[in-house]
Design a protein around this ligand. Structure first.
Ligand code: PLP
Length: 433
């Protein structure tokens, strides 16, 4: 090329959750059976969509009007329904004009960071969900700015760390949080959320709260939406049907915007997101049409409750097995459907191995573990030895060593075996050197 055409932030586009699949696929081609524990897709892991939800979607698929474009902002009746849902909570009030639909939150995140002024940074949690951290890093051309989630305190955010970083870095314009969190399963109490909003108010920042898992909260967690604590601070909540119906392939997510009337700069930024969407005409129509019918159905609360109990029960099973293993820390998740297994400081090195029975797989793993972080080394050996595909914690924009596994496996026997195989593999690996 006569001139450079590669975007400065291109090197920051990392998505370990899917990159590990390339390694797993190679092992599959070598004859290994792989248990994919890397991706948060409940349907791929065998969950059946409730028949009544499927009936609603099938009914919509039979209507000609489902095949048209919708408004750029999103289907008006759906936005009205969702605004009323927010207003019922009694916190910050919004109208249908404060909602904007996207083709899944992946699309929303690309626009939120893609249309933010390059010098304006958003600080987010570490460990981080890669779509958010990569998009922020890529937009700025630098590494993502992070605050620490504290594993010693159930992965709660370190508020002093957040404030200190914001005070000394005037380029920070926003605070990002994920509640319930991916990858840790932490749920933040309302006081913590309110304290983060207070920091945003004090330093004149906006808040982005990813609420993908807002309705997957176990009995021990408190379900709190950003709208309930945001007060007068500009902010947005990110919502999606991907994990709730669940319908990840529907590619349907939206943002709820709070207090855009209180800050003209924030309002202009939100308008740029809508203008960017307008160039694409709109987001997918049919999933939007389904929202008032599904979420407004009297069966929906019981549907959410059943799934919450199911994931909580699985989390307990997991915790009963893994909490007995020496050398790791496993916090009991309070929401979402992920577990982060953290290796204790110093227990990993670059000599540990697991026995790999398949000779071609052994040769391949021994080749690719050179020069990788020590937790990724464990993940590769686990994949080669047991065919279990998890994601290393260093892939979540984080220096702590560990891995993320999901609670999504629907086959009870396979899931029980998964926890025991993980426990045995960790013990063997840590004693290998
Ligand atoms: C925290 C978080 N945000 C956003 C997304 C993306 O969701 P969507 O399917 O709506 O693009 C995910 C998907 O795993 C997620 O875990």
């Amino acid at each position: 090329m006569r001139r450079s055409i590669v975007w400065d932030g291109a090197g920051q586009l990392k998505y370990e959750i899917r990159e590990i699949v390339a390694v797993a696929k190679k092992l599959e081609a070598m004859g290994m059976h792989i248990l994919f524990e890397n991706i948060g897709d409940p349907i791929q892991k065998g969950e059946d969509l409730d028949p009544w939800i499927k009936d609603i979607i099938t009914g919509l698929a039979a209507e000609d009007s489902s095949y048209r474009y919708t408004d750029t902002q999103g289907e008006p009746a759906t936005r009205k329904f969702l605004a009323a849902e927010v207003n019922k909570r009694g916190g910050c009030r919004i109208t249908e004009n404060d909602l904007l639909f996207f083709n899944g939150l992946g699309d929303a995140v690309a626009k939120i960071f893609g249309f933010l002024k390059r010098e304006a940074r958003v600080i987010g949690p570490a460990p981080a969900y890669s779509t958010l951290s990569s998009a922020e890093a890529s937009h700025s051309g630098y590494e993502h700015l992070t605050y620490q989630l504290d594993p010693g305190k159930g992965w709660q955010p370190d508020l002093a760390d957040i404030e200190m970083k914001i005070r000394y870095n005037p380029s920070i314009a926003g605070i990002l949080l994920i509640n319930p969190d991916n990858p840790t399963g932490a749920v933040y109490p309302p006081e913590t959320l309110a304290a983060m909003v207070d920091i945003a108010r004090k330093y004149d920042l906006f808040v982005v709260c990813d609420e993908t898992y807002a309705h997957i909260v176990y009995a021990d967690g408190v379900k709190t939406h950003l709208s309930e604590v945001i007060g007068d601070v500009p902010g947005m909540a990110l919502r999606s049907i991907s994990k709730e119906y669940p319908w990840p392939g529907g590619r349907c997510g939206w943002i709820e915007v709070f207090n855009q009337d209180r800050d003209s700069e924030f309002a202009a930024y939100i308008k740029s997101l809508l203008d960017a969407k307008r160039l694409e005409v709109c987001s997918t129509t049919l999933p939007q049409l389904s929202i008032p019918l599904v979420m407004g159905d009297p069966r929906y609360p019981a549907h959410l409750e059943r799934r919450n109990r199911m994931f909580e029960q699985r989390a307990r099973e997991m915790h009963a097995v893994l909490s007995t293993v020496k050398g790791i820390t496993v916090n009991m998740p309070k929401g979402a459907f992920y577990v982060t297994v953290l290796f204790d400081d110093g227990v990993l090195n670059d000599r540990q191995t697991l026995p790999i029975a398949n000779p071609r797989a052994k040769e391949y793993i021994e080749e690719i573990v050179r020069d990788v972080p020590v937790d990724k080394r464990f993940v590769y050996y686990l994949l080669g030895a047991e065919g279990i595909c998890v994601v290393p914690l260093t892939g979540f924009c984080c220096t702590l060593k560990g891995f993320r596994v999901t609670l999504l496996e629907c086959n009870d026997e396979v899931r029980t075996q998964l926890w025991h195989t993980l426990a045995r593999s960790i013990e063997t690996y840590l004693n290998a050197d």
